[in-house]
Ligand binder design. Structure first.
Ligand code: TIU
Length: 226
């Protein structure tokens, strides 16, 4: 049996096997973390999404040293927008952040554009997975579930942005597929602190209805001891 690790978390201790665990970094891309990206064009202040970059960077380093599988996701659409539902397109345009429109970071939320790229501090390394997703959840219209099962991954550590949108969608999809999930409170962010806090509470209430909430320092300490 692989060594089991345990950290303090809410609603109770979180136990996992490193060999069956993946660190998932959700949508830490310019469109959500850089000036002129989709997030800012939607009317948000990006200070909170930028603020978690150092914590994720620190955790990423620890995960690499502990040989954890690392997965980066990016939200974005094909250049012809054929994978963008008209409902999503319409709402983005009404909000002044039309998907596919030209902005300071290239076409908004389109694959291959500057806005779609992962922030410089968290660049993926060879061997890490990059999951390009058209939806908010990382399981929708991707091969993520199949790849995780092939690799024997049972537990996901979720980080990234935004807590109440793409992190929660991925968390909920993962729950229904049987994965255990730990969400790191200081490595996730919403543009609005109230949204972040509400999203975090929804995870650990009712005895951990969606899983566990922890912090990066505790996880890094556990990985360092491995
Ligand atoms: N708008 C918002 O809060 N989030 C998104 O549109 N996508 C992600 O969360 N990645």
């Amino acid at each position: 049996m692989p060594q089991s690790l345990s950290i303090a978390a809410r609603p109770h201790a979180f136990t996992f096997h490193a060999a069956r665990t993946a660190l998932v970094i959700i949508d830490m891309q310019n469109d959500f973390c850089a000036p002129g990206g989709f997030g800012e064009r939607l009317g948000n202040d990006i200070a909170s999404t930028r603020a978690i970059i150092p914590a994720i960077r620190h955790l990423l380093q620890a995960a690499r040293e502990a040989n954890l599988l690392v997965i980066h996701t990016r939200e974005g659409h094909m250049p012809d927008l054929s994978d963008c539902p008209s409902s999503k397109l319409k709402r983005s345009r009404l909000q002044g952040a039309g998907i596919g429109d030209i902005g300071p970071l290239g076409r908004v939320l389109v694959r291959g554009e500057e806005g779609h790229a992962i922030v410089g501090e968290l660049q993926p390394q060879a061997g890490e997975w990059i999951i390009d997703k058209p939806g908010k959840g990382a399981f929708y219209a991707t091969d993520l579930d199949e790849k995780l099962r092939e690799k024997g991954i049972e537990t996901l550590v979720l980080t990234g942005v935004t807590t109440h949108v793409c992190v929660h969608s991925t968390l909920r999809e993962a729950n229904d597929r049987g994965y255990e999930c730990l969400v790191l409170e200081d490595a996730t962010a919403a543009f609005d602190a109230a949204d972040h806090q509400a999203a975090i509470r929804m995870i650990h209430q009712q005895g951990g209805i969606f899983g566990w909430v922890g912090d990066t320092q505790s996880l890094i300490a556990a990985l360092d001891e491995k």
